[in-house]
Write a protein of this length. Structure first.
Length: 168
């Protein structure tokens, strides 16, 4: 009987020690530097045309946070960076959002999906080849942070976005 109890305790201790080895910080504890991520994206070469920062104050209107079409509100958005090609001849752009909480980020994620569909419809009338890119956008989420991107070489840009969102 003592051997069984001792074996069970040792097995539990082994499982506990193994599970601690792979432990990572909870997503809620992740802290990203939006400016550093934006610089890395701008310098990546995955966006054709000159990228320019758009006033972050325009992001709530861009994401329809004052309308009933989305559940997210202005209070859900803690911070934002928005870069795009200013000539309007390309869909290349990225939005970095920091939600007020992980739950707020979930609502903002849905607002980004509505935004992408609205952009697809808008581009369809004058740049149909660019409109299709809004059907295959990149959307990464980590804790309360979101990264929406459309650029050149989607696979490589997606890999970069994943690394940046993991704090690499």
């Amino acid at each position: 009987m003592k051997k069984r109890i001792l074996s069970a305790l040792l097995a539990a201790l082994l499982l506990l020690s193994l599970s601690a080895c792979g432990e990572t910080a909870p997503e809620e504890d992740v802290k990203l530097d939006l400016d550093a991520v934006a610089r890395a994206l701008c310098d990546s070469g995955y966006f054709s045309g000159e990228m320019a920062m758009v006033d972050p104050e325009t992001v709530p209107e861009l994401l329809l946070l004052d309308e009933d079409r989305v559940e997210a509100t202005r209070e859900d958005l803690a911070d934002a960076r928005y870069y795009g090609v200013m000539l309007g001849t390309s869909a290349n752009q990225f939005l970095l959002l920091e939600g007020a909480s992980p739950e707020a980020a979930e609502r903002l994620e849905e607002a980004l999906r509505v935004y992408a569909e609205d952009q697809r419809i808008g581009f369809a009338t004058y740049l149909p080849e660019q409109a299709a890119r809004f059907e295959d956008f990149i959307l990464e989420r980590r804790g309360k942070y979101l990264l929406f991107a459309i650029g050149e070489d989607r696979e490589a840009l997606s890999a970069l976005c994943q690394r940046l969102m993991n704090g690499e």
